[in-house]
Design a protein around this ligand. Structure first.
Ligand code: FAD
Length: 523
């Protein structure tokens, strides 16, 4: 007997009523029967009380019950009696509305073993729109569930570990967006760049790490133990050791199923190594102090000898001029005697100059390398700390967080800043100066690192702003131990870095020296 029946599909948006007469097909009933019978999904057809009227082969395979054991029995034979009532209510509720339902049930096989059944039930509706049977299709989803649960558990465990480690961790996608940041990273970003989004904080890190993060993301260049120091001005700077690695994962989207689509991620781990580096820094500062004292001595000797050369050069030039005159005129016996005496004096003078030139200690030989100006200034402040304290000078240190490293001679630059600081300290040591404040600001502008060093001393009269950079010029009276070679040395070092140094003509509350150094200087 052929009837027009259909099972309600889950696709509610489908306009096709789904009522297909078996007569309308080119296939006979036997084909339909065999198709259902051999379908690898457990299929059962029940009456309206869920008593099983038909079960296919897969049903036997999944449940362990033979056909004869289940025909006439209720589907509840499969129930483990632990599926929540609400689930069954939902199932029956949908069937009562002549709609299909899909969900998970905990079933028990004949051998009492449990499995998770992913069940789809649908009403079988006749041509009078009456539900005459129910269709059930289910498969064992235990493994899928186990896998899902495993993934979920692993995710939870990894999250717990990542959230509890003291290292700051951040995961970035290939466009630099933060995919995951642990609480330590968020705390670090908040501490160091409170008002900036995480992505901008990463830019600050990248700049302070000479582009390591960028090359990790763009060139997949991993790094380990990259040092990073961030100076916020007050207190002492912070040091971090960073580790960056690439993580490549297969894309989960459908288009990545047959063709492998790889998503690139970058993992950054940052460890605070400040206590260790602070101890190392103390040792480093002590050796720096010794080194700078030695360099000061050499510089002092160079200045003294240069001074002597400068002073001797005048008389030698005079004698040379007199010799020239006498040589042009020289006829009398008396002239000849004076000429020969003067020639001797000139030779002796020249010899003395040559000797002095030779005795000039060689200037410091140093190759250029990346220099962190903030760190350098911080070192000089530390080296000068005793002097600053002794003179009651307060230091306002405003380092820029975004200061690129520049290519320069570290030791020479350090000596240069020390000279400018010492000048400022010296100027503020005057008893008339009541408010003693040294302000240092760094910033970067158009491939330049700019350093402003302002003191609250008496300042330098504007007509002397250029002269102070000339050798042997001093605003102080002679005999005050001032050689007038400090600022020329500053000028020379800055020029060696293709930079400029000048006294700010607009600064009225003391003296402000502005040093501008290009990030990459020639030479
Ligand atoms: P029951 O007393 O049978 O029913 C529990 C609740 O279900 C009731 O409180 C009531 O709200 C609702 N309910 C039960 N029968 C009807 C009904 N005829 N009309 C409206 N509401 C009703 N259950 C499984 O555990 N595993 C299966 O694999 C499974 N497959 C099914 C396949 C089909 C096609 C259908 C129609 C049902 C299937 N069921 C299955 C549901 C099953 O028939 C039982 O309802 C369920 O197992 C709960 O049985 P019970 O003896 O614990 O409680």
């Amino acid at each position: 007997m052929r009837k027009n029946l259909h099972a309600e599909s889950q696709d509610e948006g489908n306009d096709d009523s789904g009522v297909v007469s078996v007569n309308e097909t080119l296939l006979d009933d036997e084909v339909f029967f065999q198709a259902v019978e051999h379908c690898p999904v457990a299929i059962s057809i029940t009456d309206l009380k869920a008593n099983i009227l038909y079960a296919n082969r897969a049903f036997t395979q999944v449940t362990g019950y033979s056909k004869s054991e289940v025909i006439g029995k209720n589907e509840s034979i499969l129930s483990n009696h632990t599926t929540p009532r609400l689930v069954y209510q939902a199932l029956w509720g949908r069937l009562a509305q002549q709609r299909s339902w899909t969900g998970m049930l905990l079933n028990r096989r004949k051998d009492q073993s449990l499995y998770l059944a992913e069940l789809m039930v649908a009403p079988v509706i006749d041509q009078n729109n009456k539900t005459v049977h129910y269709l059930g299709m289910h498969r064992d989803s235990t493994e899928v569930h186990e896998l899902e649960q495993k993934v979920l558990n692993q995710k939870l465990m990894i999250e717990a570990v990542v959230n509890s480690v003291p290292s700051a961790m951040v995961l970035l996608d290939d466009s630099g967006r933060v995919v995951l940041a642990n609480p330590s990273f968020k705390a670090l970003a908040h501490e160091l760049a409170p008002d900036e989004p995480l992505e901008s904080f990463l830019e600050v890190l990248n700049l302070n790490m000479e582009g390591c993060i960028k090359s990790l993301m763009q060139e997949r260049k991993c790094f380990d133990g990259a040092e990073l120091s961030i100076d916020l001005g007050g207190g002492s700077p912070k040091w971090f050791s960073c580790f960056g690695t690439c993580i490549d994962v297969k894309n989960e989207s459908a288009d990545g199923f047959f063709e492998q689509v790889i998503s690139h991620y970058s993992l950054l781990m940052i460890n605070d190594v400040s206590p260790l580096r602070r101890r190392q820094q103390e040792t480093h500062l002590n050796s720096l102090k010794a080194l700078m004292t030695e360099e000061d001595m050499v510089q002092g000797m160079r200045e003294t000898v240069n001074g002597a050369i400068h002073q001797l050069q005048g008389p030698v030039n005079l004698i040379s001029a007199a010799v020239n005159i006498l040589q042009r005129r020289g006829e009398s016996k008396q002239d000849e005697a004076i000429l020969s005496a003067l020639e001797e004096a000139l030779q002796a003078g020249q010899q003395a100059l040559d000797n002095l030139e030779e005795s000039l200690p060689a200037p410091l030989q140093e190759t250029k390398q990346p220099v962190n100006i903030n760190q350098l200034i911080r070192e000089v402040i530390s080296i000068d700390s005793q002097k600053l304290l002794a003179q009651g000078i307060t230091v306002e240190w405003h380092p820029s967080l975004r200061l690129p490293a520049l290519i320069g001679r570290e030791r020479r630059l350090r000596s240069m800043f020390k000279q400018v600081f010492d000048n400022a300290i010296d100027a503020m040591s005057d008893r008339s100066v009541k408010e003693r404040e040294l302000t240092i600001v760094t910033r970067s502008e158009k491939e330049m690192v700019i350093i402003e060093i302002s003191d609250s001393g008496p300042g330098i009269p504007s007509d002397m702003h250029v002269k102070v950079f000339q050798p042997f010029f001093s605003t102080k009276a002679s005999g005050q131990g001032c050689r007038g070679m400090g600022l020329p040395m500053v000028q020379e070092i800055v020029s060696d870095h293709s930079g400029t140094v000048y006294i700010d003509p607009n600064y009225r509350s003391g003296c402000r020296v502005i040093v501008q150094l290009p990030i990459t200087s020639a030479g």
